[in-house]
Design a binder for this molecule. Sequence first.
Ligand code: ATP
Ligand code: MG
Length: 503
Amino acid sequence: MSTITEGFLDHKIFNIVSQAAEKLGVRAFVIGGYVRDCFLGRPCKDIDIVAEGSGIELAQAVGEAVKSNVSVFRNFGTAMLKYHGMEVEFVGARKESYRRDSRKPIVEDGTLEDDQLRRDFTINAMALSLQKEDFGALVDPFGGIRDLAAGIIRTPLDPDTTYSDDPLRMIRAIRFATKLTDGERVFRVVPESLESIRRNRERMSILSKERITEELNKILVCRKPSIGFRLLDETGLLEYILPQLTKLKGVETVEGKGHKENFSHTLEVVDNVAAYETEMIAGGKLFNYDYEDGAEVQRPRTEPYLWLRWAALLHDIAKPATKRYSPQTGWTFHGHEVVGARMIPKLFQQMKLPLNEKMKYVQKLVNLHLRPIALVTEEVTDSAVRRLLFDAGNDIDDLMLLCNADITSKNMKKVERLRQNFELVRQKLADVEAKDAIRNFKNPITGEHIMQVYGIPPCREIGIIKEYVKNAILDGVIENRMDEAERLMKEKAAELGFTEKIQ
Ligand code: ATP
Ligand code: MG
């Protein structure tokens, strides 16, 4: 056993794979992310095994030994099984050559070395031997261990070859720089790689939108997503992926007055959201809400919520479209929250993101992102707070988090003051919610009820009556109780000329 890899292969599964490979007479290695993450001391539950022979046969032999189901993907020549919380993927070592017009290579059987050559980065190409005679020995032909120690992301081949063959690797390089940089280590894409990405950015055109978005999503859930977005911008990839975001760049000046630089601001907000969310998750203070069999289920959030990150990224997306200057008021972006919310379906479609309740959530947060802070500057009335709770529903905590993250300024005193006032709003929200339970508010008066009482078919007046009752409750005119709601329903219905049906 090589001493620097001591402990990396302690899990039982590695011995089992080793024995199965020996029986089949093939050499097998652990390769890629698992090896990299072991060196970095990061937990990793995905194991990639490469066999000099059939990966599928090896997987089936292992599956038999551990009595576990094996999923086989014949088209890809891969197989996967789960064992004691580990997900193990098997593939045969392969040699690849590429055509200009596709990221799908021509594949032939190959050796470990061939297989390492087709990997994206030196730090992802390290392998550990599973042979009995040198179990745990590191096979590192491109100096991955050196690059890992130096925090360097570099391609094993000439970067122009690696990136042009499969342009997805350009975003992957940026994703790894974002993901692997933490409080202790900084990872950088080497300058010749960045230049190559810039040169090859047009190659993005052969990628499917889905694959690009998948990588972008992974950047968004990182600890500090701005690292990735800055690199995407500097290399010209962002212009290709999400041009609407690059339109936020720059400051216009009229009569000596400039506005906020909205691109940097947006990235700062995304980073703030990431930091606050991590802190709140650790404190068990955030929840996810799902619907199962028609009932609402609340679960503590355990990992970043991708859609909150998207809401942060897009919260000011309509600022360029709504920007105005007037000598009296200076720069304004009136209505950017409403216009922004309206832009989202098209953006989601363009990015091949789901057009379902996740999109609606992002729209809602963008639409409401100014409301909590508006309460700071206006008088905080119970009625305004109830309306905010009603409009945000269960997403109120995420909305408050986004709004707090949106407080950025170079003037620290101003930030401090706003944050303190913001705490007052938070307190008020908690008090009102405790008293009136608005966040899951449902109008006690339903359309069916009105139709039944007055014997009328569906019509516009039903909406008017319901709205009247809802407003009265949210404004605190009546309490959220059936008897009071019923009294108001009757009042409004009489005004509209309805008489009760005699039962
Ligand atoms: P993560 O922690 O994100 O899963 P990973 O390194 O395991 O990181 P995967 O996408 O799971 O990344 O891929 C597993 C391995 O397969 C990588 O480490 C790399 O060696 C190789 N690989 C994946 N995608 C590519 C690609 N597009 N081009 C070349 N090699 C790739
Ligand atoms: Mg992986």
